[in-house]
Design a protein around this ligand. Structure first.
Ligand SMILES: NC(=O)c1ccc[n+]([C@@H]2O[C@H](COP(=O)([O-])OP(=O)(O)OC[C@H]3O[C@@H](n4cnc5c(N)ncnc54)[C@H](OP(=O)(O)O)[C@@H]3O)[C@@H](O)[C@H]2O)c1
Length: 343
């Protein structure tokens, strides 16, 4: 009989947490026991798994007794508080927050790109930032054929990237505006319905917000290359779910768009979506709920002989967070990597 595992979801009630629950069920993840953890305000509520109600518990000192795998999606502060406790008790933590991503001892893994990095984990594996995961899926297969010198990214990020409450807020704002009422912004800093604004993550001294620097630093770590020059402008748009990205790539030598198309049509986790006659390309509404990142509009950059332009949309709650985390857990099982290397 194949082995099954004791799994805990920390942040089970959130946008990523509920997606994790759905994916564990739909992918038939081998679970012998499932613990749902959240804050004290959710304790006693229940979520359904395989038709059964599972009670949510407030995370606490005993939460990680007898747990093999923790899928954490409760924010950086909560991960910092509890990841060490879980590892101490023998679990491996796959963390969706930014708390450990740039820690040199913590692998930052996209299974289609750098699965080998998972082998060096010491109990914690970080899931990259959602926009970064989506971009690496499209750029890595091209980078394998011709090294990328420079990436210029512009993102169009959905409300749900800021969590379940932000998604609800946009719906409420939309209703308010349609009824002639002023939109109220409480979760996001400004009204997003019928609007957009530069990404709401904290601003840094460089003039880049943290989300933009995550794309720079995390992509370099995942690709194992500090040389790639990367810049990004991240924007929040009034889309409920799935992020979009316009990516400009500069290579050492020209990259024929047809060759790029052929490479991406066979790339893992990528689906090529292009109908030039109909001007039909990836859209967030079609990427929502899908595992693959939709890539299209691949074309020569007319401003640079070695430049290539592409456009992508991907479900950032799914492949940008929950699915990537579950794939890492599946990888750990497949490669027998569940035991922490420090124990
Ligand atoms: N949304 C995305 O597209 C996305 C993509 C990639 C990564 N992430 C990252 O994933 C994490 C979760 O994001 P989300 O969008 O799912 O957020 P969310 O919808 O706001 O959910 C947050 C979850 O964390 C729990 N939580 C909050 N404070 C807690 C505490 N002190 N102790 C225990 N549980 C606590 C919440 O429980 P209660 O319901 O009890 O408050 C809820 O289950 C964040 O680090 C985020 O940056 C999100």
């Amino acid at each position: 009989m194949s082995k099954s595992y004791r799994v805990a979801i920390l942040g089970a009630t959130g946008a990523v947490g509920t997606e994790l629950l759905e994916l564990l069920e739909s992918r038939g993840f081998p679970i012998s026991d499932l613990k749902l953890l959240a804050s004290a305000k959710s304790a006693g509520k229940a979520l359904k798994f395989k038709g059964e109600n599972i009670l949510i518990e407030a995370v606490g000192d005993r939460s990680f007794d007898d747990v093999d795998i923790v899928l954490a999606s409760a924010g950086g502060g909560t991960s910092k508080t509890w990841a060490g406790v879980a590892v101490e008790k023998g679990a491996v933590v796959i963390d969706n927050s930014s708390a450990f991503r740039m820690n040199p001892d913590v692998p930052l893994v996209v299974p289609e790109v750098n699965p080998q990095a998972a082998a060096s984990h010491q109990g914690i594996i970080a899931n990259p930032n959602c926009t970064t995961i989506l971009m690496t899926l499209a750029v890595w297969p091209l980078h394998q054929v011709k090294p990328v010198k420079r990436i210029i990214a512009a993102t169009y990020q959905s409300a749900s990237g800021a969590g379940a409450k932000a998604m609800e807020e946009v719906k409420t704002q939309t209703n308010a505006i349609l009824q002639g009422q002023p939109p109220v912004a409480e979760v996001l800093p400004y009204p997003l319905a019928f609007n957009l604004f530069p990404h709401n993550s904290p601003m840094t001294d460089l003039g880049y917000c943290e989300e933009e620097l995550k794309m720079v630093n995390e992509t370099r770590k995942i690709f194992g290359s500090q040389e790639i020059r990367i810049t990004a402008t991240c924007v929040r748009v009034p889309v409920l779910r799935a992020h979009s990205e316009a990516i400009n790539l500069e290579f050492e030598t020209p990259f024929n768009p047809d060759e790029a198309r052929a490479i991406l049509s066979n790339a893992p986790g990528v689906k090529l979506v292009e109908d030039w006659q109909k001007n039909y390309f990836p859209m967030p509404i079609e990427a929502s709920g899908r595992d693959e990142v939709l890539v299209g509009r691949i074309r020569q950059d007319i401003s640079h002989p070695c430049g290539l332009e592409l456009w992508l949309c991907g479900d950032q709650i799914r492949k940008g967070a929950a699915l990537n985390a579950v794939q890492i857990a599946e990888l750990l099982i497949e490669k027998n990597l569940l035991k922490s290397t420090t124990k």
